[in-house]
Ligand binder design. Sequence first.
Ligand code: GAR
Length: 200
Amino acid sequence: MSAQRKTRVAVFVSGGGTNLQALIDARDAGQLPDGEIALVVSNKKDAGALDRARRYDIPARYLRRKDFAEKLEPLMREFEIDMIVLAGFLCILPEEFTRLYPRRMINIHPALIPSFCGEGMYGLHVHEAALRRGVKVTGATVHFVNEICDGGEILLQKAVDVLPGDTPESLQLRVMQQAEWKILPMAAEMVAKEIRNERI
Ligand code: GAR
C-alpha cells in the first residue's frame, strides 16, 4: 500500500481560508497521511485563502465562475486531482462537474444538516438563521456533494452550544473552533484513505 501514491486533493475556497488552514495543520501534524493537498482553487481573486496556499507552496489558482464549465475539469486533469474538498467555497458548481466526483467531493457546512441548509444558506447567513430560530444547539456537517445543494450523504457532524448573548459572528467562530476545524480534516482523511485503498 505504501507504494501507492497519496490521494491528490484540490481544496476549493472563496474567503479567508481558515478551513484550508485546518487541513494544512492536520497535514503537518501527520493527520492526513493518505492525502496530499495538491491544489487550491478560488472563485474570488482576492481570497485570503489564496495567500495562505502560496505561503505553504501549494499551487493556487483563481477561476472566474463563468469559466467553471470550460476550465475546471481541465485544471483537475492538469493537477491529477482525485478528490475535492469544498472548504468555505460559497458558489454552486455546475451539475456536470459535480457528477464527475461521486463520493469524491466533500463540503463543510456550518450547521447540523438538515437544519439551516440549502440555497442562500452560507457563511454568516447560516448563523443569523440559527439565532433567529432560537436553537440552543447548532454545529457543523461534512457531507458528500451531489447535485442537490447540501443534499449529499452525511459523513460527520459535531454539535456546538448556542450561548446567551451570541451574535452571528461569535457563534460562527465557536462553530469553526469546536466543530469545523476538527471534522473537516477527519472527513478528508477518511475519504482520501478510501480512495487510496481502492487503487490497490
Ligand atoms: C465556513 O464557516 C464554512 O463552513 C462556510 O463558510 C465559512 C468559510 O470560512 N461554508 C458554507 O457556508 C458553505 N455553505 P473559511 O474561508 O475561513 O474556511
